[in-house]
Design a protein around this ligand. Structure first.
Ligand SMILES: [Zn+2]
Length: 175
C-alpha cells in the first residue's frame, strides 16, 4: 500500500495544469470563501487558498496566518504551496493550479513564479496590491521564466464582499 502521495501518482505525471470548468472554479471558490469567513473571525484578513494537482486533487491548503504566526510570510498562498511541496516532494508546480480568494500580492506572486505554478485562479482583484494585473503583473514580467495561466474575477463580487465586510467589522471593533 502506498504511504506517500507521490507514490499514488502515475509514473509520468501530467505536464499541464487541469482545465477547470466554470462550475468547478465556482465550487472551489465557494468553499474557499466560506473558509475565509471563518478565518476572519479569528482576526486574520480573510484570504484562503488551495493547490490542485493535474488531476484536480487538493494537495495543499492555507489560510492567512499573519497574526497567529506573527509572521509577514504567513499568507494563504505561501502556506498552501509549502504544504503541497512537502506532499509532492518537489518545488516545481508546472502541472498545478493555485486557487485563492484574493489576487496575490507581490510577495506571493513572486513565490508562485519561483514555484513555476502552471495556473493561478483568483477571486477579487486587488487594485492596490495585486501583482497579477492589479497594480503590476509579475506573471508576464520579463523575470518570469515560464508561462503561467492567470484567471481572475471568479465570484468577484462575493469575494470582494467577504473582504469588505471584514474590514468594516474591524473598523467597528476599533472604535
Ligand atoms: Zn501574499
Amino acid at each position: 500500500m502506498p504511504l506517500f502521495y507521490h507514490e499514488l501518482l502515475p509514473k509520468k505525471p501530467l505536464s499541464k495544469p487541469l482545465q477547470l470548468s466554470n462550475d468547478l472554479c465556482i465550487m472551489w471558490m465557494s468553499r474557499l470563501l466560506a473558509r475565509a469567513e471563518q478565518v476572519g473571525k479569528l482576526g486574520e484578513v480573510p484570504v484562503t487558498a488551495v493547490v490542485l494537482d493535474s488531476f484536480g486533487r487538493c494537495i495543499g491548503h492555507g489560510s492567512n496566518k499573519r497574526e497567529e504566526e506573527k509572521n509577514p510570510l504567513g499568507h494563504a498562498e505561501l502556506i498552501a504551496v509549502r504544504q503541497a511541496a512537502w506532499l509532492k516532494e518537489d518545488w516545481r508546480f508546472n502541472e498545478c493550479t493555485l486557487i485563492v480568494t484574493l489576487e496575490p500580492c507581490p510577495m506571493c506572486a513572486g513565490a508562485l513564479v519561483q514555484a513555476r505554478m502552471g495556473q493561478v485562479i483568483f477571486g477579487a482583484s486587488d487594485k492596490k496590491r495585486g501583482a497579477f494585473g492589479g497594480t503590476l503583473n509579475l506573471g508576464i514580467h520579463s523575470s518570469a521564466h515560464h508561462k503561467m495561466t492567470i484567471k481572475g474575477g471568479i465570484m468577484q463580487l462575493e469575494a470582494q464582499k467577504v473582504l469588505e465586510n471584514w474590514f468594516k467589522q474591524q473598523r467597528q471593533l476599533s472604535v
